[in-house]
Design a protein around this ligand. Structure first.
Ligand SMILES: Nc1ncnc2c1ncn2[C@@H]1O[C@H](COP(=O)(O)OP(=O)(O)OP(=O)(O)O)[C@@H](O)[C@H]1O
Length: 256
């Protein structure tokens, strides 16, 4: 498999704390790569640097061998990197369809000032309907985002991230706060998406990771301590010591 993303010796300092500590990681084209690690290990900090919201203190990020370390978010989006945010990008007073139309409009480069016209724009409606169908929300298109169930809102965010037609999808805990049934629905959606996109996924739910991930990297104290297949990671003594618990059946996680 070709390499899509390479993170080289990335460091991010917050005062006295090194949230990323000479972190190196490689994501191959087409794979679903899970990032796991205890609370505070630096997973979200890494995602923020990959999406462009945080600037690294040191190190480099290469996407398709191009140095994107200092590119702003919109330039990375244009190159094919999209992130699904945790409920922060949804407009609660708009319908599911209107939310996705906004995301399509943003991708097409229009200004939000034209939204009143865009609402009637058929060129936005069709792609937005298709995106809602892709994530299984077509029957809920006209429902106000604030009235969607929690799991449906996560589906909506993913539809919005897909509006930029990304090659690499960055997903930060897509199952967070979900019950078993909603969680299973999102896992089903990710299984479909995984055939069409390269995915880098932070998730605490070990069942989801073990069913979705082609490879797993384990982050501890801002550094990747191991990368391998699910079986390799399960059997890695260092990982078990640093992170994977056996007592907490719910998450399979032992927080450091
Ligand atoms: N903006 C910031 N300023 C100062 N410290 C920060 C900032 N963002 C994160 N940190 C610190 O960096 C460390 C890594 O945080 P981060 O959120 O990346 O961890 P995480 O692995 O995503 O944790 P969790 O699993 O709990 O979401 C933590 O100690 C956190 O308190």
């Amino acid at each position: 498999m070709t390499e899509l993303l390479r993170v080289c010796e990335l460091s991010k300092r917050f005062g006295g704390l090194l949230a990323s500590n000479r972190l190196s990681l490689q994501v191959k084209e087409g794979e679903t790569h899970a990032l796991i690690g205890p609370n505070g290990a630096g997973k979200t900090t890494l995602m923020n640097q990959l999406s462009g919201e945080l600037s690294p203190t040191e190190g480099r990020i290469l996407f398709r061998e191009h140095d994107i370390t200092h590119l702003p978010v919109y330039r990375r989006t244009a190159l094919g990197i999209a992130r699904s945010y945790q409920l922060t990008t949804i407009f609660p007073g708009f319908s599911a369809l209107e939310n996705v139309m906004l995301a399509v409009q943003a991708h097409q480069g229009h200004s939000f000032h034209f939204w009143s016209n865009a609402r009637r724009e058929p060129g936005l409606r069709r792609p937005a309907q298709e995106l809602l169908a892709r994530v299984g929300l077509a029957p809920r298109a006209e429902v106000l985002a604030s009235n969607l169930a929690h799991g449906e809102q996560r589906q909506l965010e993913i539809a919005m991230a897909l509006a930029s037609e990304p090659t690499l999808l960055l997903l930060d805990e897509p199952l967070a706060g979900m019950g078993a049934e909603d969680g299973q629905q999102i896992i089903g959606l990710l299984e479909t998406l995984k055939r069409q996109h390269t995915i880098l996924l932070i998730e605490h739910d070990m069942n989801a990771i073990f069913s979705l991930a082609d490879r797993v990297s384990v982050l501890v104290y801002g550094t990747v301590i191991a990368t391998g297949s699910v079986d390799e990671i399960r059997g890695n003594a260092d990982v078990q010591k640093a992170y994977l618990g056996t007592k907490d059946e719910g998450k399979g996680v032992q927080h450091a």
